[in-house]
Design a protein around this ligand. Structure first.
Ligand code: ZN
Length: 312
């Protein structure tokens, strides 16, 4: 049994409209779900991804208006990385320039080019070229031409005090060490899939990150179904880690636990997915609420700041 790669990455933002403008506008992802934080329905939960928000493409945000900035550090995913075609580098450089987004090209990483930008809340986002791209569905309206579009995740960076126990856990989860460069270790559950990879870096004297706007809240990995999820839960319990019961997130089922360096991990089922409560053509267009909050819709809509999908 091994995990199937990254399912989604969830981060904290501040202003909802700025978040939407950056991920749907500048990065050209599809806004696939507009819902609320199931644990706090007075705030939004946004999902962006490919046409259907397929696992491996989905980045999600809790936008908290006025939230203070957090800090990146140990115990966090410190860079959220997406795959782009090798021919797309110049396109993205000039797009970021046109959109007045400061962009830096760093040294190559395992042979691939890396462009680095910060989102409106300071979240570190990387676009990494890859000769092998995951199969994603780009048949949706976007300001980014399909030939240059983002193709899901590519090896995000996880920062740790000490590799030791975390590395053992990753191996239990099905990750294998692929490569190492300048202290960065690349692990994969699927060598041919960019969203099947993660990078870990060790900073023994690094500060722990503070989780607020502009930082990643958790990273979720894919499992096939509820039966496999039950098995994963037992494996994690046996390792002596504290893991939540299976939680129904409506679009998938989830368990959560902190890995030994403190990074919040989730294991989520592939299904039922974002078309469970609205047709694929209309994903993200209206506010979707889970059944328990539907009776409070008027009140919730009054609290949530208005957002617009049609901004230039
Ligand atoms: Zn999650």
């Amino acid at each position: 049994m091994k995990l199937r790669g990254i399912h989604h990455i969830t981060a904290i933002a501040s202003e909802p409209q700025h978040n939407l403008d950056f991920y749907a506008g500048v990065l050209g992802l599809r806004f696939v779900k507009r819902t609320v934080n199931f644990d706090d329905p007075s705030s939004y939960h946004f999902y962006f991804g490919d046409r259907t928000g397929r696992p491996g493409t989905a980045i999600t945000f809790f936008p908290w208006p006025g939230a203070r900035r957090g800090s990146r550090g140990v115990g966090q995913v410190t860079a959220t990385s997406f795959a782009i075609p090798t021919t797309a580098l110049e396109f993205w450089k000039s797009r970021f320039k046109d959109q007045r987004v400061l962009c830096e090209q760093t040294a190559t990483r395992f042979g691939d080019e890396v462009l680095r930008v910060a989102d409106p809340d300071g979240l570190l986002v990387e676009l990494i070229t890859s000769p092998h791209l995951d199969d994603v569905d780009l048949a949706y309206k976007s300001g980014v031409p399909r030939e240059f579009a983002i193709h899901g995740f590519h090896a995000p960076t996880l920062e740790m005090k000490r590799f030791g126990r975390s590395e053992k856990l990753l191996q239990m989860l099905g990750f294998e060490l692929l490569n190492e460069q300048n202290g960065r270790r690349r692990f994969a559950v699927n060598e041919r899939s960019t969203s099947g990879k993660i990078d870990i870096v060790e900073r023994a004297d690094g500060e722990f990150g503070l989780n607020s706007a502009g930082t990643v809240h958790h990273i979720a990995f894919r499992c096939a179904d509820e039966a496999e999820q039950e098995q994963w839960r037992s494996v994690i319990v046996d390792l002596g880690l504290h893991v939540t019961p299976i939680i129904d997130r409506f679009y998938f089922h989830s368990i959560y636990f902190r890995e030994p360096n403190g990074i919040l991990f989730e294991i989520a089922t592939d299904g039922p997915g974002f078309t469970a409560d609205e047709p694929v053509e209309h994903l993200g267009e209206s506010l979707k609420l889970p059944a328990q909050y539907e009776p409070h819709r008027a009140e919730i809509e009054r609290i949530l700041p208005p957002i617009s999908l049609d901004r230039p």
